[in-house]
Design a protein around this ligand. Structure first.
Ligand code: PMV
Length: 325
């Protein structure tokens, strides 16, 4: 048998309504539905080559051998692909990110979306968008949202078949831009996989979950009506609720740095003075500052003057995971 290979590219995504906590951590069925925007230009490119001469899967991330934890999660997706395609061959997997890994910019989302598409294509499978989204979910929950294009909703569902993501608006629907203030490029202390397991230990998680369907509806409506004011209100509330759960879980998780809080105050001040800006923060210290295309230069200029902001990444709404032909 000869070797089969395929390369896929997928964008990172930023959750506007966050997922935090799993109902089933093996299947990665989330405790709540979520909504995100793909981030154009912040991508993982992954090449998968099935090679009969290999005795096990081999994985490099940014040209370096992967950790045992990373390898374990990749094996889950590779084993599912082997089962679906009835292949018993191992693969060489080479994955590269063009943005900092593990600093709250959801590298696992783009990585598992690209891996799912590349591995299934290399194995000769032709999976639908929904099947790919479900497969990517098994590596990292938020990865299921990096399969479809543009603005994406992940319905939590109740089992493997009903938990997948779909597009609610294409990338060109609204000229939102994410200006990411990178305050640290180091790895986060607690991975989100470990964090999800702690969510239920916070007394606030139950309240967060009870109100999530209403927040998701408000966010979807704000997006579809291109209402920046309503979007700001609901995404900042949702972000604060998730971080409140993190901070009050046992043990407590605190992803913010002093500069994170400084950026929150700054964004609120700029909005009061009339700039369309709002923030959201994932499981890391970096602050995603959302604005409209016409204000990007002004936002980046003001962000760059804040001491502690090392770098600013700019992303407009991104497309779907795709094969590099
Ligand atoms: O997909 P995971 O397991 O890395 O979790 C992602 C969690 C957050 O980024 C904090 C929120 C989200 O919905 O993306």
């Amino acid at each position: 048998m000869t070797s089969f290979s395929a390369t896929a590219v997928a964008c990172a995504n930023i959750a506007l309504i966050k997922f935090w906590g799993n109902r089933d951590s093996e299947l990665r069925i989330p405790a709540n539905s979520s909504l995100s925007m793909n981030l154009d230009g912040l991508v993982t490119r992954t090449r998968v080559t099935f090679d009969p001469s290999l005795n096990g899967d081999q994985l490099t991330i940014n040209h370096a051998p992967a950790s045992a934890e990373g390898m374990g999660r990749v094996k889950i997706v590779m084993d599912l692909v082997r089962k679906m395609s009835r292949l018993d061959t191992f693969a060489e997997i080479a994955s590269e990110n063009n943005f900092p890994t593990g600093a709250g910019i959801a590298s696992s989302a783009s990585a598992f979306a690209a891996l799912s598409l590349a591995a299934s294509a290399a194995a000769g499978l032709q999976l639908s968008e929904r099947e790919l989204s479900r497969l990517a979910r098994r590596g990292s929950g938020s990865a299921c949202r990096s399969i479809p294009t543009g603005f994406v909703e992940w319905q939590a569902g109740h089992d493997d078949e009903s938990s997948f993501a779909f597009t609610i608006a294409p990338p060109d629907y609204w000229d939102l831009v994410d200006c990411i203030a990178v305050v640290s490029e180091t790895h986060k202390p607690t991975t989100s996989s470990e964090g999800h397991k702690l969510a239920a230990t916070s007394v606030l998680q139950r309240a967060r979950l009870a109100d999530t369907p209403a927040r998701l509806d408000r966010c979807r409506r704000a997006l579809l009506e291109r209402d920046f004011g309503c979007l700001s209100e609901v995404i900042e509330l949702d972000c604060n609720l998730m971080h409140a759960v993190m901070m009050t879980s046992i043990p407590s998780l605190l992803y913010w740095q002093p500069v994170t809080l400084e950026l929150i105050h700054a964004v609120r001040g700029w909005r009061e003075s009339g700039m369309p800006v709002c923030y959201t923060i994932d499981a890391g210290p970096n602050v995603h500052v959302l604005t409209l295309a016409g204000f990007v230069d002004q936002v980046c200029q003001t962000l760059s003057q804040i001491p502690g902001v090392d770098n600013i990444l700019i992303a407009k709404p991104g497309g779907p995971a795709s094969l590099d032909l």
